[in-house]
Design a protein around this ligand. Structure first.
Ligand code: SF4
Length: 381
């Protein structure tokens, strides 16, 4: 077949294979450089539990009480280098610095919206990009953190989903977002609602949350943390049993076949099964259950959907957050009109559901999840 081709076809094919070979070679050398970097990387203290720090200081033959001092410097005094730990002797600080670093890294970029919302771009240890958003509202400052680089769930309306999955974040990288955003000390609440599906990286998400709640950490109440998920059933059950944090389920369409068209997870974890599981838990006290519903014009915003939603959630102690859609490139989906959103909310309210329309924030700074990092990837390529 190759012999039937013209000279210019053959040249084009040779060029193609040459560039593929070059690409493969540079990928291998990039991977090699990254693995060397990773091998040289020190272990980060941010993201370690007190028990893990104690074990490490014991291995380094440092006094056991140093572990508590380290945790105090890292989590409460928020130091950025081991040299700032002035109640630890200079010699012991040097020993520590031979093996550890703090694990803090500043955002590469900070964009501030006219409404005060800020979007930060961080680089991960393996050189990838993630986004973090802070949203001021009255006396609250909510941080929306990422749990993965990209996402494998491929929801049709989501820019992060379009990037595909690249990496799980470590507890260090999750906590660094909290500790390194501007106004970090003013944060009142945290939502796992940034890039990635948090239940797909459950171990690190759980560890980061526990460190925020630890008495040697920021001692947050679980009521300050909300995990938002599309409902990965096995890890959802673990989260419900092992954590007291709030839960938000991304629902977006009450009709299974139509939900499947925009959220492939519906096939393996139908929302009806998720809701059945949620009915086994008590939501009437401190722990809050909410459902996120992005409203798409002409897709899921008529009263027919509002009615189906009330049937699906009947008897559950929950609230429903109606979210305006931030348009993303290459998608036909458009946001609902204000009028449709209000009519939808009023219907839910009349049926006894606490339902709110989320104010649209930070549209002028690429506020839809995944937009800023996608732009950064585009710049690099
Ligand atoms: S909406 Fe969430 S779960 Fe779906 S692709 Fe985006 S980040 Fe992943």
């Amino acid at each position: 077949m190759y012999s039937n081709l013209t000279l210019s076809d053959k040249r084009a094919i040779s060029l193609f294979f040459f560039s593929m070979l070059h690409f493969a070679k540079s990928s291998v050398s990039l991977q090699h450089n990254l693995s060397l970097q990773q091998m040289e990387q020190k272990q980060s203290l941010l993201g370690m539990t007190l028990a893990e720090i104690t074990e490490s200081v014991t291995e380094l033959n440092l006094p056991k009480f140093t572990a508590r001092q380290i945790a105090d410097w890292v989590y409460l005094k928020r130091v950025k280098s081991i040299s700032e730990m002035t109640n630890i002797s200079l010699k012991n600080r040097e020993v520590l610095a031979g093996t550890f670093d703090i694990g803090r890294s500043e955002p590469l970029d900070v964009k501030t919206s006219v409404d005060g919302t800020q979007k930060m771009l961080f680089r991960t240890a393996s050189g990838k990009f993630i986004e973090t958003v802070t949203i001021p509202e009255d006396d609250r400052l909510t941080i929306c953190v990422s749990s993965q680089v990209g996402c494998r769930m491929n929801c049709d309306f989501c820019m992060t989903g379009k990037q595909g999955f690249h990496d799980n974040l470590t507890a260090t990288e999750i906590l660094n977002q909290v500790y390194s955003v501007p106004d970090s000390e003013a944060i009142t609440n945290l939502v796992f609602m940034g890039m990635g599906e948090p239940l797909d990286n459950y171990k690190q998400v759980k560890k980061a949350s526990e460190l925020l709640m630890a008495d040697y950490g920021l001692a947050w109440s679980p009521k300050r943390i909300t995990l938002s998920s599309i409902g990965l059933i096995s890890n959802l059950k673990r989260f419900l049993d092992e954590s007291k944090c709030h839960l938000a389920i991304s629902l977006h369409n009450p009709i299974p076949e139509q939900r499947l068209a925009i959220m492939p997870i519906e096939k393996s974890a139908p929302v009806t099964s998720v809701i059945e599981m949620l009915r086994d838990y008590d939501w009437s006290h401190q722990r809050r259950l909410s459902f996120e519903y992005i409203m798409f014009d002409g897709v899921n915003d008529s009263l027919l959907y509002a009615r189906e939603l009330t049937k699906l959630l009947a008897g559950l102690d929950c609230r429903i957050n109606l979210i305006r859609f931030h348009v993303i490139p290459m998608s036909k989906l458009r946001p609902s009109t204000e009028e449709n959103m209000i009519r939808f909310r009023d219907f839910l309210t009349a049926k006894g559901f606490i339902s709110t329309i989320r104010a649209s924030r930070g549209e002028d700074i690429f506020a839809a999840c995944g937009m800023l990092s996608t732009a950064k990837i585009g710049e690099k390529s």
